[in-house]
Design a protein around this ligand. Structure first.
Ligand code: F6P
Length: 327
C-alpha cells in the first residue's frame, strides 16, 4: 500500500560535489509545490542524529543553483553505520514527524539509507551525488562533469608549461576506487597515458614507450593517474620512471580537492534539477527506497539495496581510443 508522505527532509552526505546545491533547491521547491513541508538536515547523517534540522522555504534555496559545495554542509558519519546511530536518527525523525528522506550522496550514503529504511520503514530516495561517477545504473552523477572540466582546465595549463620545457608531467586526479575522472579528462586533454584502478598498470611498458619517445625526441608527455591506481598515485609513478630514466625532466602535479569545488557546469545543474524533482515525485507516488539515476537520458530508479560501485565497467573501446589517439 502506498505510504503517504507529508513532511520530507533532505541531506547531503559523503564528499561534496558541485551541483549538490542545485539538487537541494530542486527537492525543496518541488516538495513545496506539492504542498509538503520540507526540512533541511545539516552535516548529513551526523546532523540527523544530533537533530540539527531546520524548516526550509522557497527563499532558503534562492541564489544557490550556481554555487559549489553544499549549503547543508556534509560529513562522513561513522555512527550512522551502527544500529545505535540509526536508532537515534529514527527517533529524531519520529519526534519531528518527518516521513520521507532524500539523501544526496554516493554509494556509502545509500547503504546507510537502505539500512534505515529496512529497520524503521522510513521511505528513502537517493540522488547520485559524487564527483567519482562510481555508481552503477546511472550515466551521470551530480558533480562528475564539473570535476572533469576542472581537471581538463588544469591539465591544459600543465601542457602549456610542459611544452615550453619539453617535460614529462604526471598529473594525479581524484578517484579512490574509480578512474572515470582520469579517463574522461585524460582523453579530453590528449594525455599520452591514463592509469586507472579498473585496469592493471604495466609500468614497465609505459617506461619502455617513454624511452622510445625520448629516442625520437618526443619529450612532452602527460600521464594522468587516478589516485586509486594500483601503482599508488603520481609520486610513485614518478619514482619508478626516474629509477629507469634518471635524466628525464619530469614533474608531478596533484590536482586534489580543487576538483570538488567550483560552480557546477550546465550539465550538473540540469541533472541535479531533474533528479531532485523526480526524487520528490518518487516519495509522493510511493516508489520508495530507490536512487534516482539517468540512463540514456531517461530517469532510472535503482533499488537502494542493489547499489554497487561501478568498478570494472570501463569500455574496451574507450581504452582503444586512448591508445590510438596518443600514439
Ligand atoms: O568524493 C569522492 C572523493 O573526492 C574521492 O575521489 C577522493 O578519494 C575522496 O573523496 C577524498 O575524500 P576526502 O575529502 O575525505 O579527503
Amino acid at each position: 500500500m502506498q505510504k503517504k508522505v507529508n513532511r520530507i527532509a533532505v541531506l547531503t552526505s559523503g564528499g561534496d560535489s558541485p551541483g549538490m546545491n542545485a539538487a537541494v533547491r530542486a527537492v525543496v521547491r518541488t516538495g513545496l509545490f506539492y504542498g509538503l513541508e520540507v526540512f533541511g538536515i545539516m552535516r548529513g547523517y551526523q546532523g540527523l542524529i544530533e537533530d540539527d534540522i531546520f524548516k526550509m522555504e522557497s527563499r532558503s534555496v534562492a541564489n544557490i543553483i550556481q554555487r559549489g559545495g553544499t549549503i547543508l554542509k556534509t560529513a562522513r558519519c561513522k555512527e550512522f553505520y551502527t544500529p545505535e546511530g540509526r536508532k537515534k536518527a529514527y527517533e529524531v525523525l519520529k519526534r519531528r514527524g518527518i516521513d520521507g528522506l532524500v539523501i544526496i550522496g554516493g554509494d556509502g550514503s545509500f547503504k546507510g539509507a537502505m539500512a534505515l529504511s529496512k529497520e524503521y520503514d522510513i521511505p528513502c530516495i537517493g540522488l547520485a551525488g559524487t564527483i567519482d561517477k562510481d555508481i552503477a545504473g546511472t550515466d551521470f552523477t551530480i558533480g562528475f562533469d564539473t570535476a572533469v572540466n576542472t581537471a581538463i582546465e588544469a591539465i591544459d595549463k600543465i601542457r602549456d608549461t610542459a611544452d615550453a620545457h619539453d617535460r614529462l608531467f604526471i598529473v594525479e586526479v581524484m578517484g579512490r576506487d574509480a578512474g572515470y575522472i582520469a579517463l574522461h579528462s585524460g582523453i579530453a586533454t590528449g594525455a599520452e597515458n591514463i592509469l586507472i584502478p579498473e585496469r592493471k598498470t604495466n609500468i614497465n611498458a609505459i617506461i619502455d614507450s617513454l624511452v622510445e619517445k625520448e629516442r625520437r625526441r618526443k619529450l612532452v608527455n602527460i600521464i594522468v593517474v587516478a589516485e586509486g591506481d594500483e601503482i599508488g598515485g603520481a609520486n610513485e609513478v614518478a619514482r619508478l620512471v626516474k629509477e629507469r630514466m634518471p635524466n628525464i625532466d619530469a614533474r608531478v602535479c596533484i590536482l586534489g580537492h580543487i576538483q570538488r569545488g567550483g560552480s557546477p557546469t550546465g550539465i550538473d545543474r540540469l541533472i541535479a534539477s531533474r533528479m531532485g524533482y523526480h526524487a520528490v515525485e518518487c516519495l509522493i507516488e510511493g516508489r520508495h527506497n530507490v536512487f534516482v539515476g539517468i540512463q540514456n537520458n531517461r530517469m532510472n530508479y535503482i533499488p537502494l539495496d542493489s547499489v554497487g560501485k561501478k568498478k570494472g565497467t570501463i569500455s574496451e573501446e574507450w581504452m582503444k581510443i586512448v591508445k590510438i589517439l596518443a600514439s
